[in-house]
Design a protein around this ligand. Sequence first.
Ligand SMILES: C[S@@+](CC[C@H](N)C(=O)[O-])C[C@H]1O[C@@H](n2cnc3c(N)ncnc32)[C@H](O)[C@@H]1O
Length: 539
Amino acid sequence: MDSDHQEMEEEMMHQLRSKATELLLREEFKESVQIYSKFITHCQEKLSNAQQTSDLQKLNKSLCLAFSNRAEGRFRLKEYAEAIKDCDQALKIDDTHFKSLVCKGKILLNLNKYPMAYDCFKNASTDSQARGFSENLSGYLDLCKKFEIQSTNGVVDVSDWVLSGFKGKVPEFAEYVGPVEIKKSDLGGRGLFSLKNMDMGTIVLVTKAIATERGILPNDEDCNENVQLVMWKNFISKVMESVKRCDHTHHLIRTLSTGEDENGVEVPNISLFRPETEETEVLNEKFDVDKILNILDVNSMVEDSVSSKILGKNSGYYGVGLWVLASFINHSCVPNARRIHIGDHVIIFASRDVKAGEEITFAYFNVLSPLNKRRETLMNWGFSCACKRCKFEDEIWSRQEPGELEVALEKGLLDMGSVAFRLEEGMKKWVVKGREKGYLRSSFWEAFSRAFESEKLTKRWGKRIPAMEVVVDSIVDVVGSDEMVLKVLVEGLKRSGGSSVGRTSEMERVMKLGRGVYGKIVKRQALKALLELGTRDHS
Ligand SMILES: C[S@@+](CC[C@H](N)C(=O)[O-])C[C@H]1O[C@@H](n2cnc3c(N)ncnc32)[C@H](O)[C@@H]1O
């Protein structure tokens, strides 16, 4: 090659490298990655023809840096698998390359590979460049350790964030999969089952969304619908992007139900979802848009009311997302778990004591409502509920009176104390006993709550219907803790004043219920703050 040609080529490589770096700094990652790819191809060609050791060294150095920078660009584009490959290429040239070690650490942290990420940051920290590094390496090392512990014991504590009034960065969590397995469920398709006894508030799993879309909904109903539609479209695009970017995400999403042939579906092994599991390479799974749309239809979740109304968010807030493992949890009108959304994570926890072998379920909607109302709501979900409460109530509703009471409740035909009283009398006649009383009291909770909240109704019906504590305990025993029940209890406690002995036990009941509503994510003081916010917000 003549020297003119060589000079021209060197100039062209110099231009490419400068442009790619400039684009990276300007955070135009897609374009930067494209130009780095061109540069890398040229560099590799030159390398294969290079003879002199000094040329080889110079080219290898440039190539190493280019791989490392392309990895950074791909990392920022969330193309994690490709970004890791680039880091490995750079580290093959120089196994102590500082930038590549840090970048690989950050990618592994995002992929929930905490011990491997720790090793990368540890190796990087021994490099002389570590001292001048703007990002805090020891912070990353601490985070890896913290997440590793969290991913094994499932302990999450957001007390400081709650007590600060939700100021600062929204907490981040490690992925955690508790003692659970996926099995066929009597409710429909597959479900998540507990392998151990868990007490109220115990965290079952913590998992990050594949994608979310959030916004504030306007008050106007028509506008509101349009905004929701746009958000839904954006959400779908985000999911599709994630699927295209990552084969593993695609593979996980494809394990979810499309709503068809629920009984013929495969039961995936829970280890597929554990953060410590090595990802097996899944190649060439067909990208089927219709299938993914069906999956999103069945499995997307709207962020629930407690999280959206209380945890530092505005009213009118609306969030939709896809959390893959949580999507295996079936609905039940006798749920034993609840969810709370913080940032992109969903935390699932027991809302009452759960026995080993029990299916973990949560309520997809408000189950403190009567049978026909629940059925109406379920029409939007496209399935009919096969839970034991629905089966039991189906039989009870075959009599005339429960249906009439439901209409009276809905249309306000009777005063609410009267509805509660008639229900209690009816339960004697229909020989409803034990926990099943809790089913029906849950169905007519609105009548009870309004009777307990009104001085006039309490005066009139107080002696003829069971005490608030009795009703609350029987409801919590079957449907777990619920924020609406909690609110009535807290308000009652505030109203009553009562003797200090009585107050202590009532306070304990409130705190226990609070544990079931918020889970073990906060210590006592922060739980009290949440209880205060919860009652203010729902009033
Ligand atoms: C988010 S998925 C839950 C996991 C699903 N069973 C699976 O196998 O992937 C929701 C679907 O599960 C089924 N399902 C959930 N709860 C149910 C219930 N209580 N009764 C009947 N089917 C239920 C319905 O088909 C529903 O569309």
